[in-house]
Design a protein around this ligand. Structure first.
Ligand code: LLP
Length: 423
C-alpha cells in the first residue's frame, strides 16, 4: 500500500515491487511511470471488440511513442498509425513492419509523402491538394483518403476533428474532383478513413459515425472509384474515465464491440469485402498505464487559497492547462497512512506562469512538503506533449515490468540535450 491517497494504484499493484518514493529516489523527480500489465490489459480489451477476421486495432501512436511501450503493443497484436517521419522512425524501432503501419497525415511536404511511400506504407491524404501532390510523388500508386463525415465530437473544441469548422478531411461533394485527380495520376484509391474527435464515453456516437462512413463507402464503391478497396478506418476517440475517485463509469465496450462487430460483418457480407477494418484508439491504449510522479517542495496559503508547489509544471503534462483536463491525484508519504479528512487545494508547478496549475480546487488530504504526488491516467498525451519550457529537463520514463521490477525506458533529458540543436 502506498498510503495517504492511493486506492486506485493499490488496486492494480501499479508500482510493483517498488514504492513511488523508492522510484523517485532511484530515478529522480518528476518521473513518468508505466505499468506493463495495465497496458497489456487495455490492448486486450480492444482486441476483444470483434472477432471478424478483418478487424484490426490500429494504435494511434501520437498518444505515446516510447518504443518499449510500442513493442508491448505490437506483441499484443495491435497495428499502428503514424503521422510524421518521427513516429514512423519510433515504430520501426519497435519492430512494426510496413503492412502493420498506416500513415495518416495532414498538410505534409512532398518529401514526407515520398518517405512514407518508400517505406511501403498505405498513406491517407486529407485534402484535394495533398491528393494531387501524392499523384505527383507516387503516380500509379495506392492511396487512402480521409473523409469528413460532417459531424464532429470531442472533449474540447481543440480535439474535434470533423465537421466544416475543422481543417481535416475531404467532403463527399468533392468526390468528382477526387475522381479527376485519381485518373490524372493513375492513383488507386484503396482506403477510406475518418476520425471525428477524441474522448467519447457513449458508444452510440461512434457507431453512428461508423454508419456514416460505411454509407459513404457503399456509395464510393458503387461509383467504381475503389475497385481494390483494402482498408476502412473508423478512427479513434475511445474515452477513459479520468474521474477515478468518483467512480466514473467506463466506456461500455460490450455495447461498442457488439455494434462494431455487427456493422463490419454485415457490410463485408453485403459488399463482398475481404479487406481490413480499423479502429484507431490512442488514449484508450496507453492513458491508464501511466502515472506522472512529482515532489512537493513548498506549501502555502494565499488567504483562503491553499497551494502545493511541486515540480509538476505544465512542461511535464500540458493537458490541464491546454484543455482544462482533469487528472485524478494520489498522494504518497511513505510512512503515512490513508487519510480521510480533506481540504480544498491547488497543485501547482514550477513554471513562471500563473496558469501553471496541474489540479484546481481539489478536495484532498492536506498535502505536506516532501509528499510525492501521482497524476493518474498520464500515459496518453503526457510525455509526448511535454516540453523543455523554462529550460526544464523532460522527465525520465520507467516501466514496471510484468514481474513488478522497474526498468528505465527513457533517461531524463540533460543540459547537453537542451543545447544539442546549437552544434
Ligand atoms: N486517429 C487520428 C487520425 C487522430 O487524429 C487521433 C487523435 C486518433 C486517431 C486517436 O485519438 P484518441 O483515441 O487518442 O482520442 N492531445 C489531445 C488529444 C488529441 C488527439 C488528436 N488526434 C488530448 O490530450 O486530449
Amino acid at each position: 500500500m502506498s498510503d495517504v491517497r492511493s486506492a486506485i494504484t493499490d488496486a492494480v499493484n501499479f508500482y510493483g515491487s517498488a514504492t513511488p518514493l523508492e522510484l523517485i529516489s532511484q530515478f529522480g523527480s518528476p518521473l513518468y511511470v508505466y505499468n506493463e500489465n495495465v497496458l497489456r490489459a487495455c490492448c486486450r480489451d480492444l482486441l476483444g471488440l470483434s472477432s471478424h477476421p478483418g478487424f484490426r486495432v490500429n494504435y494511434s501512436a501520437k498518444a505515446n511513442t516510447n518504443p518499449a511501450l510500442l513493442k508491448i503493443i505490437r506483441e499484443e497484436g495491435c497495428v499502428v498509425d503514424a503521422m510524421s517521419p518521427g513516429e514512423l522512425y519510433m515504430e520501426r524501432l519497435a519492430g512494426f513492419t510496413p503492412d502493420q503501419i498506416l500513415y495518416v497525415c495532414n498538410n505534409v511536404s512532398p518529401d514526407e509523402l515520398k518517405n512514407a511511400v518508400d517505406a511501403g506504407l498505405l498513406v491517407s491524404v486529407d485534402s484535394l491538394a495533398q491528393l494531387e501532390l501524392m499523384g505527383r510523388v507516387n503516380p500509379g500508386g495506392r492511396v487512402m483518403i480521409r473523409l469528413n463525415p460532417g459531424i464532429g465530437a470531442g472533449h474540447h473544441q481543440k480535439v474535434i476533428t470533423a465537421g466544416k469548422k475543422t481543417k481535416f478531411g475531404i467532403s463527399l461533394d468533392a468526390l468528382p474532383d477526387v475522381r479527376a485527380i485519381l485518373e490524372a495520376h493513375n492513383l488507386r484509391l484503396t482506403g477510406l478513413n475518418q476520425h471525428i474527435g477524441s474522448l467519447f464515453m457513449d458508444p452510440q456516437g461512434y457507431l453512428d459515425a461508423m454508419d456514416v462512413l460505411l454509407h459513404m463507402a457503399t456509395e464510393i464503391k458503387a461509383s467504381g472509384l475503389t475497385p481494390e478497396l483494402e482498408a476502412i478506418d473508423f478512427g479513434g476517440g475511445f474515452g477513459i474515465p479520468y474521474h477515478k475517485y468518483e467512480n466514473q463509469p467506463r466506456l461500455d465496450l460490450k455495447t461498442l464491440g457488439e455494434g462494431i462487430h455487427s456493422r463490419i460483418s454485415r457490410w463485408s457480407a453485403e459488399n463482398g469485402y475481404h479487406g481490413r477494418f480499423f479502429v484507431e484508439p490512442g488514449r484508450y491504449v496507453v492513458a491508464e498505464c501511466g502515472v506522472l510522479l512529482g515532489t512537493v517542495y513548498a506549501t502555502k496559503s494565499n488567504g483562503e487559497h491553499r497551494f502545493a508547489g511541486t515540480d509538476l509544471g505544465f512542461n511535464t503534462l500540458v493537458r490541464p492547462v491546454m484543455y482544462d483536463s482533469f487528472h485524478d491525484i494520489e498522494i504518497y508519504r511513505g510512512a503515512g497512512a490513508p487519510v480521510s479528512e480533506t481540504v480544498v487545494q491547488n497543485i501547482v508547478g514550477n513554471i513562471c506562469e500563473s496558469g501553471d496549475i496541474m489540479a484546481h480546487d481539489r478536495e484532498l488530504p492536506l498535502i505536506q512538503e516532501g509528499d510525492i504526488i501521482g497524476v493518474l491516467d498520464a500515459g496518453a498525451y503526457g510525455f509526448v506533449m511535454s516540453s523543455s519550457y523554462n529550460q526544464r529537463l523532460r522527465p525520465a520514463e520507467v516501466l514496471i515490468s510484468a514481474d513488478g521490477t522497474p526498468r528505465l525506458i527513457r533517461r531524463r533529458e540533460t543540459f547537453e540535450d537542451l543545447s544539442a540543436a546549437l552544434m
